[in-house]
Design a protein around this ligand. Structure first.
Ligand code: ADP
Ligand code: MG
Length: 693
């Protein structure tokens, strides 16, 4: 139950004054649904309105604030012309310029002969000061009410800064006095500012330094958010530890049978990961482990071998893939690797006909199927296992903490292994997976050929196409990845389609197109044609990021590579590492190219080490960048920035350990305050499952 004190913050923003349906939707998209989301939408800049020199001494292009006397109105000659208002501050003349504004309102706001205070950008034009659409016009005696340093918020089309300012100040009226959830004296510089004060300061910056992640207010807020995250993860971990899971001590019979027929030796890293997983399986506790390994590091074999141990004990296993294509691919791989066993392997996807579905469900229920592979269809209610002992999740994107909780509730007792090919920097592991044990496959199998990566300006396109033509004639296959367009997915598609049409002119029917708006079956069909070589050039939006395996595909061309994040580029390039031959990847860019983008492309050129790339990615995202302007996506944090608040993470982890030791049920006064904190940052699921029982 959410504490009462937080109710006003969790109303939807419709409850705030002035939020009409029209703006409501835009603002919800920008900040979120709830009042608290407005309060956590922090400014990314300030406008300085302290520049008040007499006009005769003013400089061009500054935000100027001052008192003027209106002298003359000059309505436009035609509709196309602006409305002009002449005025003076006593030292120089200024003209105020308005486009498409009703004359009536201008006459009311700027009465001739009277004084008004204005603020806005000053420009020198045709020998005279000019201000186009002043930001403010107010009575002279209200000048002191004007915020001299005005916070500027991240905005979206249709939402003005003034609207956000108003919503923020209304939201503050609803902010209750929060109890202090930090331990006194435990936090050095943080303890001197309360949550309420920190939030207020964050919204009322006095200078640019106040906007930085290193400011006291921002650090306090970041700490609170991180603390709630770490506390929630600790709860999950404790909860999991309480389960008396199985102890799977296999006979080794199936395991050895499959290992003996593997067409390769396991790498040391694979052996180690397997050892760690086996230890979990044999222990009487429930296993919750993350297996991290770059694309192609051989996670599937490790997963399979660990499944066999469980099957030897008579239990069933399941492997969940993010997409149907991948599920089918896992099914094929595993069926092949298990060829000399009589294991029953099932594939359950959304595509099955009702009759097929019934049949397979029946085999799952009877225990006939040993390994079930599928998409999240695996966890629908109609699927009932006889005795599910072990679930492997091949993860595409990170699950949130809450999602993970609901998933493990489904198979409360079974062991869980989550596999991810997204290398995650060490510090972030703690925040995203702090509840899990962790294994890493940090090396690729021997003999993998390095991928050549080159960078080229997009104006080299004709050469690129000629080269590609030659390569394709020699029998390779290639991906052509189309730009990520930021505005909307629709234009993503338009760009890919356009490129597809153009390449068809060059390459004819051997070009295929795949994108996210296609139906699953259509995608599969195109992929199949590409696999079989009926198509040799595949134009794609980022849908191919997911792990499709076409060993003949050794070339990848990425357009507008500067628009992709490092992790994404790495993931994409991984597609051509599976080949029989060494791959080549071309990153095409166009101007403008920011320093960070250039740096990213260079890193891609220099290294293929996913873990190194992940660390660099984090570094390039952060480093004093002002919060709120950055596209996060990396973490679930709104207020904390892992590229500069890592020290707080360590502090929070220690803090949590102490809390769990002294007040595990959050019963003390501080414990009660911590509950408020958890609900404030919406760790509801964690509180519910842990504190309820
Ligand atoms: P990922 O970690 O991306 O899931 P996979 O498990 O799909 O990687 O393995 C990629 C490829 O490498 C597969 O074709 C697999 O058979 C092969 N492979 C796995 N382990 C080894 C190894 N130790 N030596 C050689 N090849 C291996
Ligand atoms: Mg895989």
């Amino acid at each position: 139950m959410r504490p009462k004190i937080l109710y006003p913050l969790f109303d939807t923003i419709d409850a705030l004054k002035g939020v009409g349906t029209k703006y409501g939707k835009l603002i919800k998209n920008l900040c979120g649904e709830k009042v608290v989301d407005i309060l956590f939408h922090l400014p990314s800049n300030v406008v300085d309105r302290t520049y008040t020199v007499p006009l005769c001494e003013a400089q061009d292009n500054r935000i100027w604030t001052g008192v003027i006397t209106i002298t003359e109105h000059q309505p436009p000659a035609t509709k196309k012309h602006p409305y002009r208002i002449y005025a003076t501050d006593g030292t120089a003349e200024i003209v105020l310029v308005f486009f498409k504004v009703y004359a009536d309102s201008l006459k009311k706001n700027y009465p001739i002969g009277e004084k008004r205070a204005i603020s806005g950008k000053l420009e020198y034009f045709n020998g005279m000061w000019q201000m186009t659409h002043p930001d403010y016009v107010i009575p002279e005696n209200k000048l002191n009410d004007l915020a001299r340093l005005e916070p500027v918020y991240p905005l979206t089309a249709g939402v003005t800064n003034k609207m956000v300012l108003k919503l923020v100040s209304e939201s503050f009226l609803r902010l209750p006095k929060m109890p202090e959830w930090l331990a006194p004296n435990s936090l050095g510089d943080l303890e001197y500012i309360s949550f309420n004060d920190a939030l207020y300061k964050a919204h009322h910056p006095q200078n640019i330094a106040d906007l930085l992640p290193s400011s006291q207010a921002r650090r306090r807020l970041a700490y609170d958010e991180i603390l709630s995250n770490q506390l929630a993860l600790a709860f999950i971990r404790q909860k999991v530890r309480q389960y008396k899971g199985h102890s799977f001590k296999g006979t080794g019979e199936l395991y050895n049978k499959v290992r003996q027929t593997l067409p390769f030796e396991l790498t040391n890293a694979q052996e180690n990961a397997l050892k760690e997983i086996t230890a979990d399986q044999e222990s009487p506790y429930k296993m919750l482990r993350l297996l991290q390994g770059d694309v192609g590091s051989g996670k599937t074999v490790v997963a399979l071998l660990s499944m066999l141990r469980v099957i030897e004990c008579g239990a069933q296993t399941a492997l969940m893939a993010p997409t149907e294509i991948l599920a089918k691919q896992h099914y094929d791989t595993i069926t092949e690797l298990c060829a000399n066993t009589d294991l029953k392997i099932g594939l359950l996807t959304g595509k099955l006909r009702p009759k097929e579905k019934r049949e397979i469900n029946q085999k799952i229920a009877s225990g006939e199927i040993n390994i079930l592979i599928g998409t999240h269809a695996l966890f629908t209610d109609s699927v009932i296992f006889k005795d599910l002992g072990y679930v492997v999740i091949d993860e595409q994107h990170r699950f949130g903490v809450n999602q993970r909780l609901s998933l493990s509730a489904k198979g409360a007792m079974c062991d869980v292994l989550v596999m991810t090919a997204t290398p995650i920097p060490r510090s972030l592991l703690l925040t995203a997976y702090g509840d899990m044990d962790y294994s890493k496959i940090g090396e690729l199998p021997q003999g993998r050929k390095p991928t050549q990566t080159a960078i080229a300006n997009v104006n080299k396109m004709p050469d690129v196409i000629q080269n590609l033509k030659r390569k394709l004639e020699q029998g390779t296959r290639a991906y052509w990845v189309c730009p990520l367009v930021e505005e909307s997915e629709k234009s993503d598609l338009a760009a890919a389609t356009e490129r597809y049409e153009m390449l068809k002119q060059e390459f004819g029917d051997s070009v295929g197109l795949i994108h996210g708006k296609m139906k699953e079956a259509e995608k599969d069909a195109v992929m199949e044609e590409f696999k079989q070589g009926k198509k040799t050039l595949l134009v794609a939006t980022t849908v191919i990021e997911v792990g499709v395996n076409v060993p003949e595909a050794t070339i990848m061309i990425i357009e507008h590579a500067e628009r992709f994040g490092l992790a994404q580029l790495h993931q994409l390039r991984g597609r051509i590492k599976r080949g029989y031959e060494s791959g080549s990847c071309l990153l095409m860019y166009s101007y403008p190219l920011s320093t960070v983008s250039r740096e990213r492309l260079n890193i891609m050129k220099q290294t293929e080490d996913g873990f190194y790339i992940a660390e660099k990615d984090l570094e390039l995202r952060g480093g004093g960048e002002i919060l709120g302007t950055r596209q996060s996506g990396f973490t679930e944090f709104k207020l904390a920035d892992m590229s500069c608040h890592q020290d707080l993470l360590i502090k929070a982890r220690d803090d949590v350990l102490a809390i769990l030791k002294t007040d595990p049920k959050l019963e003390t006064e501080r414990g009660q305050a911590l509950k408020v904190l958890l609900y404030l940052f919406e760790q509801n699921e964690a509180v519910r499952t842990y504190l309820a029982g």
